[in-house]
Design a binder for this molecule. Structure first.
Ligand code: GLU
Length: 427
């Protein structure tokens, strides 16, 4: 089973902050920048609903095992809930809520007509056979069926899930509803209503945003070195595109460690996690640990593996000039402060990896209209959407002198606050 962001680097033993704590602290900080109604901020601190389900499945040996699953729905003022579904041993209720909050901001910063959701099952996908994964996915879908739907909540791939998982969800949902409903999930295989370019979209947006950031800081991509932590679909796609656009990718990593070549690696020749899991450390070059990769003297560092990897403990050792977040929540709140103090710009996840949900939106449009777009159209429209969002955030950076994360939050929160004020509080 392959995965969206992959088991591409080790989760730290003790995550320094929960995603929910980080998301709330970021919200409070950005709200301080804006003259926004405190009642709206109070509403945004809480999820609208969190579904907690029990998912029993029959293992291949005939025994029954029971897993826990969650679907956190944070805010739907701008449209149906939207966000990924992860299968990972570290999934918790609070993590789902924090990640759902980030989806709300991500969709708002991209100006997509969606709210934010996230969910998952507490499971190590590597411990299940494909048949067990299918049973787990179908049963989870049934347990949350009343809460999801193309106009209600639309799951998508995340860590430990992929296009096949989405096809099973689509099938399980459609069979019970009595009609084929492709718009219930995004990130499906194109043959059942998926969009071309969806799988590479988060990495593509990381590359686009890196290109724009280099331009903003007057660097040519041809003279830019890049280190990428994580070689799942986000990290591998970003590394390959940046290499294609002239940057020099000097280091990449997976869960087993990193490979470093100051002369430049060929990311197209290194198998991504879904092509051949854990292949990075077999590549020629100097072997480093994932921690050492984060401290390399590169121009751009792309943490594209798991959350909480840049912490207060190692933020002073980050030597990159720019950090572009490929994973969700790779930088803790405390680390952000250290990097700000040191003048290292951090281009936040809610902008940088938003290509995934943006092409999910394109997929949803294609499903509703029963009409598929070409890969060229998807990539062109993604580039245009990313540049629009980049420019909206850049204007706030220039006007307010705030960090890129704060600026992205300002853009997102302004749109959310306006929508909440326009709709009011029901009843
Ligand atoms: N899991 C992805 C993310 O974190 C995509 C979500 C989606 O496409 O709905 O942005």
């Amino acid at each position: 089973m392959s995965s969206e962001t992959a088991h591409a680097a080790a989760r730290p033993e003790e995550p320094t902050e929960s995603a929910l704590a980080t998301a709330r602290r970021q919200l409070a900080r950005a709200a301080g920048e804006l003259d926004i109604d405190p009642n709206v901020v109070e509403r945004l601190r809480h999820p609208a609903k969190v579904h907690e389900v029990t998912v029993p499945i029959e293992r291949d040996d005939g025994t029954v095992e029971v897993f826990s699953g969650y679907r956190a729905q944070h805010d739907s003022v701008r449209g149906p809930y939207k966000g990924g579904l992860r299968f990972h041993p570290g999934v918790t209720r609070d993590e789902s809520v924090g990640l759902a909050m980030w989806m709300t901001w991500k969709c708002a910063v991209m100006d997509l007509p969606f709210g934010g959701a996230k969910g998952g099952v507490v499971v190590d996908p590597k411990s299940l056979s494909d048949a067990e994964m299918e049973r787990l996915t179908r049963r989870f879908t049934e347990e949350v069926r009343a809460a999801i739907g193309p106009n209600q909540d639309i799951p998508a791939p995340d860590m430990g899930t992929d296009a096949q998982t989405m096809a099973w969800i689509m099938d399980a949902y459609s069979m019970q509803e009595g009609e084929t409903i492709p718009g219930v999930v995004t990130g499906k295989p194109p043959v059942v209503g998926g969009s071309y370019g969806r799988e590479t979209a988060p990495g593509r947006s990381v590359a686009i945003v890196t290109r724009e950031a280099c331009d903003y800081y007057d660097r040519s991509l041809a003279e830019t070195t890049v280190g990428v932590q994580g070689f799942g679909s986000v990290g591998a796609s970003a590394a390959r595109l940046l290499d294609e656009w002239g940057a020099t990718v000097v280091a990449v990593s997976d869960v087993n460690g990193a490979v470093y070549d100051p002369g430049g690696l060929d990311p197209a020749a290194i198998p991504a996690h879904d092509e051949e899991p854990e292949a990075v450390t077999g590549v020629d070059g100097e072997a480093l640990s994932n921690e050492e990769l984060l401290e390399l003297d590169v121009d751009v560092l792309v943490p594209a593996a798991v959350g909480n990897v840049i912490t207060e403990e190692n933020a002073n050792d980050v030597r990159a000039d720019i950090v572009v977040e490929g994973a969700n929540g790779p930088t803790t709140f405390g680390a952000d402060a250290v990097l700000e103090e040191r003048g290292v710009p951090v281009i936040p996840d809610i902008l940088a990896n938003a290509g995934g949900v943006t092409v999910s939106y394109f997929e949803w449009l294609q499903d509703i209209n029963r009409r598929s777009w070409s890969l060229d159209r998807v990539n062109e429209e993604l580039d245009a959407e990313m540049r629009t969002a980049w420019n909206a955030v850049r204007e706030e950076v220039d006007a307010r002198g705030v960090t890129w994360r704060d600026a992205a939050y300002v853009v997102a929160l302004s749109r959310l606050a306006e929508a909440h004020e326009a709709r009011g509080l029901w009843p």
